[in-house]
Design a protein around this ligand. Sequence first.
Ligand code: SAM
Length: 137
Amino acid sequence: MATKDFGAKRIICIDTWNNDAMTEGNRDTWKEFCENTEDFRQFITPVRGFSTLVLEQIRSITSELDLLLIDGDHSYEGVKADWEAYKALLREGSTVVFHDIGWAEGVKRVVQEDVEPFVRESGRLPNMWWGVLAHNP
Ligand SMILES: C[S@@+](CC[C@H](N)C(=O)[O-])C[C@H]1O[C@@H](n2cnc3c(N)ncnc32)[C@H](O)[C@@H]1O
């Protein structure tokens, strides 16, 4: 699948690329990321660091996100911190996606308590949830 097929102009990827908050422990995953995303390199702006600490850097790149995918630290505190930090970049009609809702209690709780009140439509797969915002969160 080519990125141009779904209309994306830019994909900002935020990660420490150090396998943080993962049960297997820390390791450098930067080379793996580059290899896995090689076909999409022209569209990707990588930002390396902890998500809440690079927020100002993201704001200097864009003030608005069409789509936000949260798939980092799956603890309740981690998911909540990502939602609270990045929701200000979303607008009416923006889509927010959460991975690992099938098993991560923190993801389920944040979606139910903090995200669903802002959503006009939503859908899910066994391990993924998405919603389209009805208004600015
Ligand atoms: C479940 S993996 C998902 C990676 C990627 N979304 C994928 O599907 O291949 C979680 C990733 O989040 C990163 N991570 C964990 N906590 C983070 C944080 N606070 N800020 C930035 N990245 C974080 C880890 O380094 C890891 O690469």
